[in-house]
Design a protein around this ligand. Structure first.
Ligand code: PEP
Ligand code: MG
Length: 760
């Protein structure tokens, strides 16, 4: 029982359902006393300000000690665990030289003691302790299980610990829940949390109140109407082809749905101030409970039917369909584990004020699309239990990688002010649209845009992009439900090329694999980032590549601004094959009488082998574009989507500076134009790229004004000096600190977003 995975899973689930942080901590300690059959379990959390371990919850020690008793690191057994970050498993704790007796805990003479540190992403969160009366060490199995529990709980406890709401000197309001994730798209957004892909049943619903009774009543009524329609439709569609007893079920269900009891009880619960989902939970429990008691098996089965109806009603209550969302005018913050482009396309872009993903990382595809659309996004918010907050007010701070759930009105007001200030700052920069991106000492930089969505063409033009440096052609593929035909592709590419003509547009051929999956062509691999990706995939699926090239080349006929770009090049023979296929396709089209011309061909440098082989690869291409996102991932062996290692993923790691310098040197020696199109171009790090000699950057449209402002505010010589300083530093942390100090000195700190004045 003790060591099973299911025990652990149910423990984690129970905690996630707890109403607030204090209740969650209480659940943990109580459950652990039961699991280990011990009289005491205590949870200590580290107070960030004083570096002490404070008793945050206990089962078995005196409740009055909670929040009062604390130990310095290395003080007592708990402090020792906090200092050494190592478990202690003792047969007789009082005889240990570190043992201290704390009278406030009213601790009985417990001998058996086991404490384990709670560590999340290298950081000490607290210490978890169990104590028993026997005089022997806990078993090896028990120790291993306790360590497993601690590692599972550390993430959840980190957000509680960081919120500080458990500390005694602060009033415990439980009103503010602040969750950290990874900064993915800059900006500040406020709105109602719209959780996608919820597959809840009534037993997952926790008690929640609402002050908007009318809205909750409407939510219930709408759900009833929708389920009525669904059942009636089902009855008429399937009625003739089903045996009559099964077909009758539809009418039984419909009768239950229309029953006055279901209606009246739910309405009553809502009027008592509960959310519709909780009201339904209560009603179904009451009604099904009555049937559960029945002797007659037929009647007992009706309990099941009622629950079934209840769950179906709940899903309608919580469902997000194109119909209701499109008609809603509300400002929304979309949230899920991962959000696909198809999910976003259900909503009007202006309605989406923010994006939160519990999985994913800064450079996941959702993040890239959020950047493209100018929507603030935070990824990898692993400890946020979305189910609990669906429909609540939320703030997304993409500058700091934070989300704040049900903020107090004053805090919301402050963030709305910041949102406004940020928008104003960006508006002020609009006057730069037609001015060149040129340093104060006259070095000209070309600013292109990254795109992939047709919706993104207008922002690119509006912000003065001088062309498209990266068109991610996989994005339209992701929005389809099967491979788009040559003509469908032609129509999309033609619109993009003509929107920018005569400015250049670099269209990258399909780059799927890794985190970019097509819903209709699943690629299952153990190691997708090292698998069937980019050019490897399209060369192996030659007909897909030829179809795409034909569509691009045809779309270029009246525009003449196409440049082809090859993703994920890692071998010389890939370039050779690609160039041959382009030439064959051109020949074929010419033989069909289409007036195609050979466009420039470029390669992405985003794999370490391409950096090292670059001098030999350059003879095949007309230009090079650096994909700093993947290059960072592969140089550092750090998954760009994994929140656990997101702190290690930084474009400013010293190895990137070394690699970039080599790429610049090789391309300059061969006189081949070079650009950079990863997210690094929209980071203030762009100054370093400038110092290095890069003269073309491609970035998301919404970042162009800020980066142009940055370029126009510095001297090239300053950028060079800064680069030289950065090249001598040992880590990305030091380089970032140097950058922010320099930018502040130059009066450019607005680049990292406005500072909140009164975050409480
Ligand atoms: C990159 O890897 O930097 C890049 C621009 O390509 P993507 O983000 O689409 O993989
Ligand atoms: Mg890439």
């Amino acid at each position: 029982m003790l060591h099973s995975l299911s025990t652990l899973t149910s423990l984690v689930q129970d905690i996630s359902r707890a109403e607030n942080a204090v209740a969650a901590m209480r659940q943990i300690v109580v459950k652990l006393t039961e699991l280990f059959s011990v009289p005491v379990c205590s949870l200590y959390l580290k107070s960030s300000s004083e570096q002490r371990l404070v008793l945050a919850a206990t089962a078995g020690l005196a409740d009055v000690a909670v929040g009062k008793v604390s130990l310095a690191l290395n003080e007592g057994l708990v402090g020792k665990i906090g200092r050494t970050l190592h478990p202690l498993n003792l047969a007789d704790a009082p005889t240990h030289d570190k043992f201290v007796f704390i009278p406030e805990t009213h601790e009985a003479p417990y001998h058996q003691f086991m404490g384990v540190p709670l560590i999340h992403l290298r950081e000490l969160i607290g210490v978890l302790v169990i104590q028993g009366t026997e005089q022997q060490r806990f078993s090896q199995d028990a120790e291993a299980f306790m360590v497993t529990i601690a590692s599972q709980l550390a993430g959840t406890l980190q957000s509680i610990q960081r919120s500080g709401a458990w500390l005694p000197q602060q009033p415990v309001t439980h009103d503010i829940d602040r969750y950290s994730g990874v900064k993915s798209a800059p900006g500040i957004g406020c709105g109602r949390l719209e959780v996608l892909h919820l597959n809840l049943s009534l037993q997952d619903i926790t008690q929640q109140r609402s002050t908007d009774i009318d809205a909750e009543l409407a939510r219930f009524e709408t759900a009833v109407a929708r389920l009525t329609d669904e059942l009636s439709l089902g009855a008429s569609r399937l009625g003739d082809s089903l045996p009559s007893d099964i077909a009758n079920l539809f009418s039984v269900y419909l009768m239950m749905l229309q029953s006055p009891e279901l209606h009246e009880r739910t309405v009553l619960h809502i009027q008592q101030g509960f959310k519709a989902s909780w009201a339904l939970h209560e009603t179904i429990d009451e009604l099904a409970g009555a049937f559960d008691q029945a002797q007659d098996p037929y009647l007992r089965a009706r309990g099941e039917d009622i629950r079934n109806i209840g769950n179906r009603l709940l899903r309608h209550m919580l469902s997000k369909t194109p119909l209701d969302t499109a008609s809603e005018q509300r400002e929304l913050v979309l949230a899920s584990d991962l959000i696909s482009i198809a999910d976003l396309s259900i909503y009007r872009p202006e309605q989406i004020k923010g994006i939160i993903c519990t999985a994913g990382s800064a450079l996941s595809h959702t993040g890239i699309v959020a950047n493209a659309l100018g929507i603030p996004a935070v990824m990898g918010v692993t400890s946020l239990d979305l189910k609990k907050f669906d429909g609540e007010e939320v703030i997304v701070d993409g500058y700091r990688g934070e989300c704040i759930l049900h903020p107090q009105p004053a805090l919301l007001k402050e963030y709305r002010r910041l949102q406004h200030a940020d928008a104003q700052f960006i508006d002020q920069l609009a006057c730069l649209r037609d001015l060149p991106a040129e340093t104060r000492d006259g070095v000209r930089v070309q600013l292109l845009t990254n795109t992939g969505l047709l919706a993104d063409v207008t922002p690119g033009r509006k912000h003065g992009a001088e062309g498209v440096g990266l068109y991610r052609s996989e994005i339209p593929f992701m929005l389809h439900d099967s491979f788009p035909t040559e003509d469908e592709q032609y129509e999309i590419y033609r619109q993009v090329l003509s929107a920018y003509s005569p400015l250049p547009v670099s269209m990258r051929t399909l780059d799927i694999g890794g985190d970019k999956q097509l819903p209709y062509f699943e690629i299952r691999e153990d190691n997708p980032f090292l698998g069937w990706r980019g050019i490897r995939f399209t060369l192996d699926n030659t007909s897909l590549l030829v179809t795409q090239l034909r569509a691009m080349l045809r779309a270029n006929v009246d525009n003449d601004n196409l440049r082809l770009l090859i993703p994920m090049v890692s071998r010389l023979d890939e370039l050779e094959s690609f160039v041959r296929i382009v030439d064959d396709t051109l020949e074929e089209l010419q033989s069909e009488g289409v007036a195609v011309v050979r466009p420039p061909i470029g390669m992405m440098v985003e794999v370490p082998s391409a950096v090292l082989l670059l001098p030999r690869m350059l003879k095949y291409v007309d230009y090079v574009s650096i994909g700093s996102n993947d290059l960072t991932q592969y140089l550092l062996a750090v998954d760009r989507n994994n929140p656990k290692v997101s702190a290690l993923f930084d474009n400013l790691n010293p190895v990137m500076l070394v690699a970039l310098e080599q790429i610049v040197a090789h391309t300059q020696a061969a006189n081949i134009p070079l650009s950079l199109c990863g997210e690094m171009a929209s980071d203030p790090a762009a100054v370093l790229l400038l110092g290095m000699g890069l003269r073309t950057l491609s970035l998301n449209a919404h970042s162009i004004p800020k980066i142009k402002w940055l370029i126009r505010s510095v001297n090239f010589t300053d950028a060079q000096a800064l680069l030289h300083k950065a090249q001598n530093l040992a880590s990305e942390v030091e380089i970032r600190a140097l950058m922010s100090e320099e930018l502040k000195r130059l009066g450019l700190k607005n680049l990292s977003g406005p500072e909140p004045a009164t975050i409480v």
